[in-house]
Design a protein around this ligand. Structure first.
Ligand code: URA
Length: 289
């Protein structure tokens, strides 16, 4: 007859779980069969193969247009089989530490920002727009020409496409929140540089921490890599559910990429359908899902 773990082992396990939760890791995997011990298997990343999944409880429903929350079984089925979870307390620490934080306060702290070189050529800081209690947040890369002029994210051509994607999901642009990794336009729309991302990231993390959405959709590799603190190509994890400090994270292609590569639209739509299923969203009448 198999006896359970000893009280000492249970205590040890509890303390490991607390340690990983402090690092922001909230999904753990239990091996079905004992494996040969090896130095590699001691790593939490390796522990995500051969799994029965235990997820942390889902958050309460916020006040956006969300009809039916997904059932726990759906959530488990949607949990990805990749080794990526958002970790790196260094990034999220900034968000956790600010007492009485709010979007207004973060926006105020960014006013007149000169923390990185992007400030030199910007017209407006593009903070973010939308529902401060949104269940669904979209994160892009950084403002382009139109966004820089208007101070609002995703208002140019890529923004028009994003609007179409959002409405096809059966939700209005006002019900979601939209932000970028960097808040100032990179010259000639170049990719934001590492130091610029690192400087702006604490503000995005605080925005996300304040909104506390159920789902974050990363639009493109810059947003996904920045939030997941990885250099892996987006193709490794696009379309898979990942965990991000208590929210679910879905990385998909950027609308600007879709403008150049319309053949990739079905992949993005498949990703968005997963988000819709998770949030209980249905497409508006007359639109096929
Ligand atoms: N692309 C982005 O990543 N963000 C915007 O706000 C606009 C275009």
């Amino acid at each position: 007859m198999r006896s359970g773990p000893s009280p000492a082992s249970k205590e040890k396990l509890k303390s490991w779980l607390r340690y990983y939760e402090d690092l922001g890791i909230q999904t753990f995997y239990r091996d079905r069969a004992p494996r040969q011990a090896s130095p590699q298997q001691a790593s939490p990343q390796q522990a995500s193969t051969d799994k029965s999944v235990m997820t942390t409880p889902e958050k309460g429903t916020a006040d956006t247009a969300v009809a039916k929350p997904a059932q726990p079984s759906q959530i488990r089925a949607a949990t990805p089989k990749v080794n990526l979870v958002a970790r790196g307390p260094s990034l999220f620490e900034a968000a956790d530490r600010v007492e009485g934080d709010s979007l207004e306060r973060i926006c105020g702290e960014l006013a007149g920002c000169t923390r990185c070189k992007l400030h030199r050529r910007r017209t407006n800081i593009v903070f973010g727009v939308g529902n401060p209690h949104a269940d669904l947040v979209f994160v892009g890369e950084g403002p382009g020409h139109d966004e820089d002029l208007q101070g609002i994210p995703f208002v140019g051509r890529a923004g028009q496409l994003l609007n179409q994607m959002i409405s096809a999901m059966g939700v209005s642009r006002d019900a979601v929140y939209i932000a970028n990794v960097v808040k100032c336009r990179p010259p000639e729309n170049r990719t934001p540089e590492k130091d610029e991302i690192a400087t702006c990231m604490p503000f995005l993390l605080r925005q996300l921490s304040n909104i506390n959405p159920k789902v974050i959709v990363c639009l493109g590799s810059v947003a996904a890599q920045a939030l997941l603190n990885t250099n892996k190509s987006i193709s490794h994890f696009r379309g898979q559910w990942l965990d991000f400090h208590g929210s679910k994270l879905m990385a998909t292609y950027h609308p600007a990429y879709l403008l150049r590569n319309p053949h990739a639209k079905p992949e993005v739509w498949a990703d968005l359908k997963k988000v819709m299923a998770f949030l209980g969203l249905t497409p508006p009448k007359g639109k096929r899902a």
